[in-house]
Write a protein that binds this ligand. Structure first.
Ligand code: SF4
Ligand code: SF4
Length: 262
């Protein structure tokens, strides 16, 4: 007979075998928070980071890193998709600039901070861009063209195709290159510019402009903390330090970076 360490309810045999908490979401959340704090403490000890409590915790998913050459067939498929958008009914046309392209509330420091959080994640959400042609749509193409009225639509498509990287992340969006999205912000779909996972929202909420930005980014996958990193000002300190799967210390793999508006 054992009881949940948080709510005191009697544990089932299975729960008692698995640990010391019940399955109520509040208790599971407390258990996760406890694990995250312990992980941060251990990482700080190894990396000699003082006062780890300065680093608010942000939990992000685990993006893949392996790069593969851009296949000719993938390029052709995207070209076909983009040309198909040209033939779409004109009622979809909306050349109004998207409010999501550039958040006017984001200072350069905040945008860079969020970019570093995404860099630790390695752009998990861009994985979904593979099945959705980088989320591109007619409206996005028209928005891009609106700033270049001399450019015909097939010229717009040529610009998009020219920007495809030689290598992209396996099973992810074709535009996800070694250092993140290669499309300028102004050429990305609204969802690419606006999406934030829970971890990124947490990093945004805890950002302190006076400090330059602190975060402890925990990468969670399969219900486990796989790796993590301290983000401090312009530095990313990965833990474990010898993790061969760690990405570059700087740069973003996602929609959130400080790349120029295009
Ligand atoms: S928003 Fe950033 S941190 Fe969240 S899944 Fe996408 S790349 Fe990762
Ligand atoms: S942000 Fe860039 S890499 Fe990610 S899904 Fe959008 S276009 Fe693809």
């Amino acid at each position: 007979m054992a009881n949940c360490v948080y709510c005191g309810s009697l544990l089932t045999r299975h729960q008692a075998f698995a640990g010391t908490t019940c399955d109520h979401w509040r208790c599971r959340e407390k258990r996760l928070n406890s694990q995250l704090v312990a992980h941060r403490t251990e990482a700080a000890r190894v990396l000699a980071v003082t006062r780890p409590e300065r680093f608010p915790i942000a939990v992000v998913p685990h993006g893949l890193q392996e790069l593969v050459p851009l296949a000719a067939g993938s390029r052709l498929m995207l070209a076909g998709f983009l040309h198909g958008l040209l033939d779409a009914v004109a009622e979809e046309a909306d050349p109004e600039p998207s409010a999501a392209v550039q958040d006017p509330g984001d200072s350069p420091a905040l945008a860079a901070h969020l970019g570093r959080v995404c860099a630790v994640c390695r752009g998990y959400c861009c994985h979904h861009g593979a099945a959705h042609n980088a989320f591109l749509d007619r409206k996005t193409l028209l928005r891009f063209q609106a700033a270049r009225p001399d450019l015909p639509m097939d010229g717009v498509i040529a610009v998009y195709l020219d920007l495809l990287p030689d290598r992209h992340c396996r099973d992810a969006c074709l535009y996800q290159g070694a250092q993140g999205c290669v499309l300028p912000r102004g050429m990305r779909a609204d969802i690419c510019n606006g999406y934030e996972c829970g971890g990124l929202k947490a990093a945004r909420a805890s950002f302190d402009p006076a400090s330059g930005g602190y975060a402890y980014v925990a990468v969670r996958h399969d219900h486990r903390i796989q790796r993590s990193a301290f983000v401090e000002d312009q530095v990313i300190r990965p833990y474990p330090v010898d993790d061969p799967t760690q990405g570059p210390a700087e740069g973003s793999r996602s929609a959130h970076d400080d790349s120029p508006d295009g």
